[in-house]
Design a protein around this ligand. Structure first.
Ligand SMILES: C[S@@+](CC[C@H](N)C(=O)[O-])C[C@H]1O[C@@H](n2cnc3c(N)ncnc32)[C@H](O)[C@@H]1O
Length: 297
């Protein structure tokens, strides 16, 4: 058992699910609608205790988990939501020791998870074009992980110009125009490396995927979204919750082929009209209009 100590953050929750987060300081008090909570009533004790405020309010006490922290931390930019972080870690196959590059660092939500998954033998290069957001990301990572890890290299700048990593295992793009980073991926992703884009709209998703196909040198992209529906469970009342977070973002993932190689999957016949006259975006590398549809319609 590791007792709660000075300088640690705790998360207090009452019976109605109302939450308070604060840093433990000897002699300090935290004010609630139900009176004062004395930090000394928490210091030195284990997580999972229930304490009382001066006016008789009950609160359970835990160290915040990372997903609880990132959804309530101060934000510069919109974060990658925890349910999507889980998908990124799995589909981009993030593992200890890899070299990962991400942009933009934003509020540092994804950075914190990547740093934990990579471990001290890994390397995370995070790029953020806005200095104020980079500062926020640094503060959030420091607070959520308790330190700024040595394997984190946060650079203020445009990823496309500032990137220094030459052999990248994973490139994670959470910025408005990820297709503009594809030349960089072509140059610097190792064969077998993974490019992953997190985008909020279907138009971005389409442009990213079609630009990857047009560029060549990547496997056929896979795209999906993740819906998490919580459940209400009480006796016989077992049903989905009425409310859910209906949309966060889409993910698209592909792997880098060896230099000079093009994926075989690309030559799957597109749906009729997929690249017809109304389609004005990029067309896949090596694409030919079908013989029975001379204009591709
Ligand atoms: C949605 S936020 C990223 C959030 C972050 N992944 C997180 O989980 O907290 C997008 C960020 O990309 C940054 N950005 C946009 N274009 C960029 C570029 N070319 N290079 C580096 N950062 C960029 C923006 O300033 C913004 O902070």
């Amino acid at each position: 058992m590791k007792p709660l100590a000075e300088g640690e953050w705790v998360r207090l929750t009452d019976a109605k699910g109302r939450r308070h987060n604060f840093e433990l300081k000897p002699g300090a008090e935290f004010s609630t609608k139900k009176g004062q909570i004395r930090h000394d009533d928490i210091l030195g004790r284990p997580e999972g205790i229930v304490i009382q405020s001066s006016l008789g309010g009950d609160y359970q006490v835990f160290r915040p988990l990372l997903h609880e922290y990132v959804v309530s931390m101060p934000r510069g930019a919109a974060i990658v939501y925890p349910k999507d972080v889980g998908q990124i870690l799995m589909w981009a196959d993030i593992a200890p020791g890899l070299t990962v590059v991400e942009a933009g660092a934003g509020s540092g939500s994804l950075s914190a998870y990547l740093l934990r998954a990579l471990g001290p033998d890994g390397h995370l290069g995070s790029y953020e074009i806005r200095e104020d957001f980079a500062q926020k990301a640094r503060e959030n990572v420091a607070q959520s992980l308790g330190t700024v890890p040595d394997h984190w290299h946060l650079t203020i700048g445009d990823l496309r110009e500032a990137v220094t990593e030459t052999e990248i295992d994973r490139l994670i793009l959470d910025l408005v125009d990820p297709w503009t980073c594809i030349p960089l991926a072509l140059d610097r992703l190792v064969p077998g490396g993974i490019i992953c884009a997190y985008v909020a709209t279907t138009t971005q998703l389409s442009r990213f995927v079609e630009t990857l196909r047009e560029t060549g040198g990547f496997t056929e992209p896979r795209a999906f979204e993740t819906l998490q529906r919580d459940w209400h469970l009480q006796g016989l009342a077992v049903r989905p919750e009425h409310r859910m977070n209906g949309h966060t973002a889409y993910l698209a993932i592909a792997r880098r082929m060896a230099p000079g190689e093009h994926t075989l999957e690309r030559y799957r016949r597109p749906a009729p009209g997929a690249y017809g006259p109304d389609y004005t975006g990029p067309r896949p590398f090596g694409w030919q209009p079908p013989e029975d549809e001379p204009d591709g319609a």
